[in-house]
Structure formats: C-alpha cells, structure tokens
Design a protein around this ligand. Sequence first.
Ligand code: HEM
Ligand code: HEM
Length: 220
Amino acid sequence: MATSFPLQPLEIMAKNHAILATTGFLILLPVGVLVARYARTFTPVWFPVHFVVQLFLSGPVIFAAWYYGWKTSNVLGLGHFLDPHQKMGLALLILYVLQLLLGLFTHYIKLRSPFGPGTRSPQNYFHVFLGLVILILAAEQVHYGLYIEWAFATGGLHVVPMAAKRTWIALIVIFWVLYLAGLALVPRQFAQEKRARHGTPTKSDEIGLQNNHSGDVQSA
Ligand code: HEM
Ligand code: HEM
C-alpha cells in the first residue's frame, strides 16, 4: 500500500538506519577495498587511504547505523538480536570489528610466513577473504532489510521505493565488476613481490616509492 502522507518518526529512524548501513557497508567499505585492489601496485599510499576509509570514514557511519537500528528495535519493543535481520546485523558488526583488528595485526605484526621468506602470511590472505565475505553478507543484509525487515517492522505503511531496490543492485554490480576487473593486476602484484624477494629494484623503487619486506609490496 503506497501512501502520500509523510513518513512517521519511527519510519524516519528506520530509514536513517537503512541509509547509513547501506552507505557504510555497500559504498564506503567497497571503496576502501577497491583502493587496495587498484592502487597497491602503483603507490604505497594505498595503505593509509585503505586504513582511513575502512576505519575513520566507515566506522562512524556503521556505528551511527547501529544506533538507529537499535533505537528502532527499542521503540518497536521487538527485543534485540532475535530475528534474522537483527542476528545478521550483530554478526556483521562483530565481523567488521574483527576485520579492523585483523587488518591492524596484519600490518603491524609481521609473522614469519610458512610459505617462505618475503611471502605473505596466512593472516594476510584471511584478511582479504574475510573482507570479501563481509561484503557478500552485507549485500544480503541490505536485501533482507529492503524486501522483508522494513515491511515486517513498520507494518508496510509506506513501501520501500523501487529506486532504493535499484540502487541496491547497482551497488552490487558496480563493486563486483570493478573488483573482478581489478584482479587483472594480480600478476603485476606477484611479479613486484617476486622482484622484491630477490632484491631486484622495481619500477616503484625507480620512482622513489618504498617497498618493505612484509611480502606485500607497496603495502603494509
Ligand atoms: C548492512 C546493512 C545493515 C545492517 C548491518 C543492519 C543491522 C541492523 C541492526 C544491528 C539492527 C538492530 C538489531 C537489534 O537491535 O537487535 C537493525 C534493525 C533494523 N534494520 Fe537493519 N541493517 C542493515 C540494513 C538495513 C536496511 C537496508 C533496512 C531497510 C530498508 C533495515 C531495516 C531495519 C529495521 C526496520 C530495523 C528495526 C527493526 C528490527 O530490529 O528488526 N536494515 N539492523
Ligand atoms: C584498520 C583497518 C584495516 C587495516 C589496517 C587493513 C589492512 C590491510 C592490509 C595490510 C591489506 C593487504 C593484505 C595483503 O594482501 O597482504 C589489506 C587488504 C584488504 N583489505 Fe584491509 N585493512 C583494514 C580494514 C579493512 C576492512 C574493514 C575491510 C572490509 C571490507 C578490508 C578489506 C580488505 C580487502 C578485501 C583487501 C584485499 C584487497 C585486494 O588486494 O584484493 N580491510 N588491508
């Protein structure tokens, strides 16, 4: 049922939650991932940018989203972390915090890699894997919010606009097309890492950029 009267305060709260959560998980985090994917073989600046986007830009937006979601559940008297959207919301927040800690750990604490000197440790691979898992789960969470949770929680007084649903699919398609295309840089990345392991100067050395010996050239 589509109505023309304005959104009620509770709906505004839920809408704020939805917009902030979508912005944090489906725009800002993917931007931070694409910065890593595209920039890492060209400049070491990819790391501070990735760090700032994932922690200082995404963090406040994600926690503000949580605040509005929690408040909406409170006003509705639904309890917390009971239905699938609430449970997955909690899981995503925990995974996000774990991923931040893992990213910091990966960067600041270099473990000896079982794959040989100068190669990436399992923690690095796990950070990449978990990052992509978070984005997949968040895509499903926003879909569930748009198609199920909104109507369930607000009673369907106002329907979710088609534009919001189209935005969802557009964000997913744009990110994955760009990310998969960015994998074309993996051979270049591995070649740089190999050269760094053998102490051969890389193009980036020539232009004055720094490498380190962590196994992720131009990185962390
Ligand atoms: C990645 C995106 C999202 C995350 C991580 C997320 C997470 C959450 C969390 C943690 C809560 C509070 C749960 C609680 O207090 O037990 C919540 C509530 C809620 N969310 Fe989301 N959400 C997301 C996207 C959306 C979207 C896109 C919509 C709607 C279009 C939506 C609609 C709601 C509503 C209506 C509530 C309050 C009712 C309830 O507690 O079930 N969410 N969400
Ligand atoms: C304090 C925050 C963070 C730090 C310090 C950090 C650090 C790093 C480091 C060191 C790498 C390189 C790993 C390697 O390939 O060797 C990396 C890549 C990556 N990070 Fe983070 N990260 C942070 C937050 C996040 C978050 C929240 C996500 C969640 C989406 C994320 C997703 C990724 C992905 C997917 C890659 C791999 C990109 C690619 O090359 O394909 N990171 N990050």
